[in-house]
Design a protein around this ligand. Structure first.
Ligand code: BES
Ligand code: ZN
Length: 594
């Protein structure tokens, strides 16, 4: 039976338990030449359906005998790609597929040297979540099907490959001028956690089990920014139990990386926009680290249960933050999330189905369903469960949850059955039905307050009445206080008040992308067009979708700013990741005059 609306994976068919990948990275053609071996334990036979997208399949054979086997590629389906159907002979231990990726593979971004920090070497990185692993490897591309893998990756000499796996050494490659890197991921992972990056990379140790990789020009800044990672790992271990993946390394990507972070196991991928120079944005690292448990150990079975990954992880991220920086910092983080949540609820006003936690995504691309709802509504449900049973009991629950489901992929229904077993009646008590299956936010959702937060919200909401921070007050705020203030100011301040605010707080000059993006959105909405140059700079310099979406959205204000948005996009699109290009195109298509 097919169990995942986004995959041809069929749970009655043979299941690959291990991959052996041989990948040849060709920067000139922007192609990865691949040989993927899928191993079956126990040996398998019969029909096997794999997911592919944009892959050219050359040959399929039984690994040990070399005998070719029949295969057929189905028609191109808009979200799924093409089904690759194989017919396995009796007692097949493994099959091998020779193939090539497409230069347009959505899971890969190929960067010219000019798009890197160093400017001298090309760069390649993957982003497989949610359903892009199939653009890299023919596979059962459902989170329900877990695999271990080995890989050897051949790259041009002078470049280094890293993967979501343990490094197993490198040596001169099979072709002159190449080097081959070996990897091994012994634990079974969902396909969306397959990850590869190739570039001019250096590393700095952060602790005995953690180091950061980045281009030489940024690696020192990265090591400084993420110096506290070991303390985070320790705190996360107290929450969830021992860190089970040996190493926790970080990779800082070039600016076009479309997300803040991606929890690729053993090697979190991060946007360089986190390098704010003040360690103020490391909550993203806490988040990706927490996925080592919630997401990578216990995994959502399909994108319809995405809240199990992200809701738990946001909750855990804020727990780590509380342990390291205290209650006030934690309350501020919940307040930032509250704003994101409200924006997402507003965005999906006409698609209430996407505001449920347990979603139905038949015919819906997971990238289009992406929003803060599984994150923030999900985290609030976790907090509601915790408040209902108390912190110590909930701590025990989490440990039991990890023990029961580690290295498995589960549905919301499995989660509910387990919760009912551990705490009979708890789901009814928090009205889980409303959280999971009804749109919007349930009445009685947990609220997070603190004296400092209340003061900032009061200042923000009073702005129109002339209320202002006292002398030196706003100047003393940290990044998150300022962010909460900006997010909660009235949406249209008018140009004059903006000029006043900018004069006082130097907002346009900020290097911190969270502050800068919030400020530019506010200024655009307030008709303060003095910021247009800075908006262009940010839209051409940063590829993180979290900033692109609202900025292009704010440029939808009037005919003039819409023309400017189209002009900037025409100039910047080539540098954006395919996912970002698609997301921005969606925003532009929503403009009233499109
Ligand atoms: N796993 C996500 C990123 C993701 C989700 C990629 C869905 C593709 C499809 C990652 O853990 C994440 O949530 N990143 C956030 C960070 C944050 C909430 C602290 C981001 O990128 O902004
Ligand atoms: Zn996440």
């Amino acid at each position: 039976m097919r169990t995942d609306p986004h995959s041809h994976f069929d749970d009655q068919q043979p299941r690959a338990t291990r991959w052996h990948l041989r990948l040849l990275v060709d920067f000139d053609q922007r192609i990865v030449g691949g040989e993927a071996t899928l191993l079956f334990a126990p040996p398998a036979a019969g029909v096997l359906d794999l997911d592919t997208k944009g892959l050219a399949i050359h040959r399929v054979w039984v690994s040990v005998t070399g005998n070719e086997i029949p295969w057929e590629l189905g028609p191109e389906e808009p979200i799924l790609g093409r089904r690759l159907r194989l017919h396995l002979p009796e007692a097949t231990h493994g099959i091998s597929i020779a193939y090539e990726t497409s230069p347009e593979a959505a899971g890969l971004q190929w960067l010219e040297p000019a798009q890197t920090e160093g400017g001298r070497h090309p760069f390649l990185f993957s982003q497989c979540q949610a359903i892009h692993a199939r653009t890299l490897v023919p596979c059962q591309d459902s989170a329900a099907a877990r695999v271990a893998y080995d890989a050897e990756v051949v790259v041009p000499e002078g470049l280094r490959a890293v993967m979501s796996a343990g490094p197993m050494g490198d040596e001169p490659g099979p072709i002159p001028g190449t080097r081959v890197f070996h990897f091994r991921m012994p634990q079974p992972i969902p396909s969306y956690l397959l990850a590869l990056a190739v570039g001019d990379l250096e590393c700095r140790d952060l602790s005995p089990r953690s180091r950061v990789w980045a281009e030489p020009a940024v690696v020192a800044r990265a090591a400084w920014e993420f110096a506290d990672v070991e303390a985070m790992i320790g705190t996360a271990e107290q929450l969830f139990g021992p860190y089970d993946w040996e190493r926790y390394d970080l990779l800082v990507l070039p600016r076009s990386f479309p997300y803040g972070g991606m929890e690729n196991p053993r090697m979190t991928f991060l946007t360089p926009t986190l390098l704010a120079g003040d360690r103020s944005l490391v909550d993203v690292v806490a988040h990706e680290l927490a996925h080592s448990w919630t997401g990578n150990l216990v995994t959502n079975a399909t994108a319809e249960h995405f809240w199990l990954n992200e809701g738990f992880t946001v909750w855990a991220e804020r727990r780590i933050l509380r342990a390291l920086h205290g209650e006030e910092a934690c309350a501020l983080a919940w307040a930032v999330g509250q704003k994101d949540l409200e924006e997402s609820l507003e965005r999906f006003r006409d698609q209430p189905g996407l505001t449920l936690l347990r979603t139905r995504l038949d015919g819906i691309d997971p990238d289009d369903a992406f929003s803060s709802i599984p994150y923030e509504k999900g985290a609030r449900l976790v907090a509601a469960l915790e408040r209902a049973v108390g912190e110590p009991a909930f701590h025990g629950f989490l440990q039991a949850y990890m023990r029961r489901f580690r290295f498995t992929s589960i549905t919301t229904e499995a989660f509910c059955a387990f919760t009912e077993e551990q705490f009979p009646g708890l789901l009814a008590r928090v009205d889980a039905e409303a959280w999971l299956h009804q749109p919007g936010m349930p009445a009685g959702a947990p609220v997070f307050g603190s004296a400092r937060l209340d003061r900032i919200l009061e200042l923000a909401s009073g702005f129109g009445r002339g209320v202002r921070p006292g002398p030196g007050e706003a100047e003393a705020w940290g990044v998150t206080e300022l962010l909460v203030y900006l997010q909660n100011l009235p949406g249209n301040l008018g140009p004059q008040a903006c000029a006043e605010l900018d004069g006082r707080l130097g907002l346009s000059g900020r290097g911190n992308c969270e502050i800068l993006a919030a400020w530019l959105v506010l200024a655009l909405g307030s008709g303060h067009d003095a910021v247009l140059g800075r908006v262009r700079e940010m839209l051409t310099g940063v590829g993180r979708m979290k900033y692109l979406r609202p900025l292009y959205g704010a440029l939808g204000r009037d005919a003039g700013t819409r023309a400017l948005a189209r002009e900037i996009f025409a100039q910047a699109a080539a540098g954006y990741h395919a996912l970002a290009r698609r997301a921005v195109q969606g925003v532009l298509d929503g403009y009233p005059d499109s």
